[in-house]
Design a protein around this ligand. Sequence first.
Ligand code: DC
Length: 224
Amino acid sequence: MTSLIITIDGPAASGKSTAARLLAEMLGASFLDTGAMYRAVTLAAMRATVNMRDEKQLLSVIEKYEFRFEAEQGQMAVYINGEDVTKQIRKPEVTANARYIASSAKMREKLVEMQRQFAAGEEKIVTEGRDQGTVAFPNADVKFYLTAEVDERARRRQAEVGGNLENIQKAIEQRDKSDEGRTVGPLRPAGDAIVIDTTDLTIEEVAEKLLCRIEEKLPKRNRK
Ligand code: DC
């Protein structure tokens, strides 16, 4: 039985993944990176050379492949049919193709189901993505929505993966548009989410802030 669910949603490179990982460590909770799920299914669909615009074909990928997600030392390891694809799912072509899965209502339903199943097996969980507080876990104990100025987000992404800053910023702006504009599971803060602007904060400051807000909301819970 899950006794604590914390959701963290927000746009690409808003710091939510790293903050969620740190926070999970501080709380002794498991960490679920739901973007990794979208990426894994995207990679499998690319390998199966299905038509990404055909929902039926996308759904067949979920049936045909076995996906496994494991919380490992603060990182999420991802397996497709037993093969470790943790690194491959971060490739730019996977990032670019993830929007097909992300904008399919039926695929989102399946992924939300996978997310709930994952959470059901954990005692405490910090889950991050785009729709965790709005769709996947509407009854979460505490919901956060992290934002940051787009140029700062581009700088962070560049520090992580290198590349041209202007191009990175453009790609982030495109992803914001696609994340915010889709009709199913669009990126937006839940009505009861705590919104935090991380532009001028270090990742440790973000995690500490999240922890303080959790302690305010749930005074009986202590740090690990
Ligand atoms: O957070 P990320 O960059 O790893 O996400 C990869 C893709 O999955 C991105 O296109 C947004 C999408 N996504 C989503 O639609 N809903 C989620 N809960 C998580 C990710």
